[in-house]
Design a protein around this ligand. Structure first.
Ligand SMILES: Nc1ncnc2c1ncn2[C@@H]1O[C@H](COP(=O)(O)OP(=O)(O)OP(=O)(O)O)[C@@H](O)[C@H]1O
Length: 247
């Protein structure tokens, strides 16, 4: 099991992989509000993987996802997607390449109907369209005319995930999608993340606080600490206790 000491300031080398990386971060540094948050993140994610990212509050998990999408500028290091250098690419271009993010809060328009929200994320040439979304979330078909602002927290989260899926991404990044949801909805969100990965073949990066749930659905766990990768292991090689000790 490989762990690195975060205060050594040295990021562990990228995990060697036989499959070329879909996403590759190489020594990525980024700042938020003038403060360093990512301090040299090195991470490879292969196509088809389901990677969970854990870390204590403020560790830099959301910043990591936002940096991949170009919403936080990279100060140092490089981000590659499908072999292309996207380090300084504008967000719309990164989205067009196939990266999608379900943000931690309000990844939808409250004053628009479900159908209009879905149209916002749609891509005409994509593999995922309304039929696929309504099959995944039948409740959204029933409520397609309803304003999203009048729906429950769980239903809104389904809309947020659906908007992200409507761009037919190759990489779907979910930022704590189960926060504030009741247990049966948390289970449903995890199930959807798994379906997206296995049925649509979409690579998934899931930021999540619920370690037990993560170990049930992800196949690889990455722990971020002080802006560095502290642990990067297949789920089969870690225990919840071990991860708890790191957080
Ligand atoms: N808008 C902001 N203004 C100032 N500081 C911010 C802002 N957003 C994030 N930060 C700081 O950046 C650091 C990393 O935040 P980030 O949201 O990436 O952490 P996180 O690991 O996702 O945390 P959480 O689990 O609480 O969501 C934190 O110290 C946070 O206080």
């Amino acid at each position: 099991m490989s762990t690195s000491v975060p205060d050594s300031g040295v990021a562990p080398a990228a995990r060697p992989s036989s499959t070329p990386a879909l996403l590759r971060l190489d020594g990525v540094h980024a700042e938020v509000a003038g403060q360093p948050v990512l301090r040299g993140i090195t991470l490879d994610v292969a196509e088809g993987e389901f990677v969970a990212v854990l870390g204590h509050n403020g560790a830099g998990k959301s910043t990591l996802l936002r940096t991949v999408l170009g919403l936080v500028p990279v100060r140092r290091g490089q981000v590659r997607f499908s072999g292309d250098d996207i380090t300084r690419s504008p967000t719309p271009q990164i989205v067009r390449k196939g990266v999608s993010l379900v943000p931690q809060q309000r990844g939808y328009f409250e004053n628009l109907s479900v159908a209009d929200n879905l149209a916002f994320g749609a891509r005409t040439d994509g593999r995922i369209g309304l039929d696929e979304i309504y099959e995944l979330f039948p409740i959204l078909r029933e409520r397609r005319g309803q304003l999203v602002g009048t729906m429950s927290g769980g239903q809104r989260q389904m809309v947020a995930i659906s908007i992200a899926l409507m761009s037919s991404p190759r990489l779907l990044m979910l930022d704590e999608p189960s926060v504030g949801l009741q247990p049966n909805l948390v289970a449903r969100v995890m199930e959807v993340a798994t379906q997206v990965n296995t049925e649509f073949g979409i690579t998934v990066i899931l930021v999540e606080q619920n370690i037990e749930k993560v170990l049930q659905v992800a196949r690889r766990v990455v722990v971020i600490n002080q802006g560095l990768v502290q642990l990067d292991e297949p789920v089969a090689e870690v225990t919840a206790d071990h991860i708890w000790q790191l957080l």
